[in-house]
Design a protein around this ligand. Structure first.
Ligand code: PGA
Length: 237
């Protein structure tokens, strides 16, 4: 819930200007009310516009919610699902997320699926179990043909917006574990699925994080709100 319309427009124009030299794949996820303007501004560019959430139903009496079709109608073909704030403050559990994933894929949208452990889970050494169940419960029913539209984003909750970052070794360890879980589905899915890291990624730590063999990209919160910082991360990829 950052950036009103004016701030979103400014950030996008700065980003378009700055990113001209980069070949990194970039997606941006403004709030719902700024999606239409963002897709108009980014129409002629390679930057994709992504929603931060959506509802699982086709349409109907779900006051205040937004459907996949409504997103597609404003040029948004990708959605973030399962962000830790949605899980924590809006009670989105694995079952709801599974329905949302199914709906998004049914509508041919790309899904950026977030998951990650709380600090307590890590301190009690439950972090691998938690991550395993989050991805298994919401995603492992998918047919192999759907996986090309799924991007995973491992975001340890204790590192989101806190300034604490998983060390590159901690992040790599979890990403390698995620890759192993995917290999249980199929070797091809394990190799082809992109797994992003999120949680206080900044220009200063991006090179090392993105240099890890199993980290394919970053999901950036705070640092994406300043075009120059965001570009610093983009250029680290
Ligand atoms: P952060 O946020 O980069 O500010 O930690 C990440 C996120 O919101 O997913």
């Amino acid at each position: 819930m950052n950036n009103d319309l004016a701030a979103t427009k400014t950030l996008i124009s700065e980003l378009i200007e700055l990113k001209k030299t980069s070949n990194t794949e970039i997606m941006i996820a403004p709030t719902f009310v700024n999606l239409l303007e963002a897709s108009k501004l980014l129409k002629e560019t390679s930057i994709k516009v992504v929603s931060q959430n959506m509802h699982y139903a086709e349409s109907g009496a779900f006051t205040g919610e937004i459907s996949a079709k409504m997103l597609k109608a404003v040029g948004v073909n990708a959605v973030i699902l399962g962000h830790s704030e949605r899980r924590e403050y809006f009670n989105e559990d694995d079952l709801i997320l599974k329905e949302k994933v199914d709906k998004a894929l049914q509508e041919s949208m790309e899904v950026i699926f977030c998951f990650g452990e709380q600090l307590d889970d890590r301190n009690s050494e439950n972090h691998f179990k938690v991550v395993e169940s989050q991805i298994k419960n919401a995603l492992f029913h998918l047919p192999s043909s759907s996986w090309k539209s799924v991007i995973l984003a491992y975001e340890p909750v204790w590192a989101i917006g806190t300034g604490l970052t998983a060390t590159p070794a901690e992040a790599q360890e979890m990403h390698a574990f995620i890759r192993e879980q995917l290999a249980d589905v199929s070797a091809k899915i394990a190799t082809q699925t992109r797994v992003l890291y999120g949680g206080s990624v900044k220009p200063g730590n991006a090179v090392e994080l993105l240099g890890q063999p199993n980290i394919d990209g970053a999901l950036v919160g705070g640092a994406s709100l300043k075009a120059e910082d965001f570009l610093g991360i983009i250029n680290a990829g």
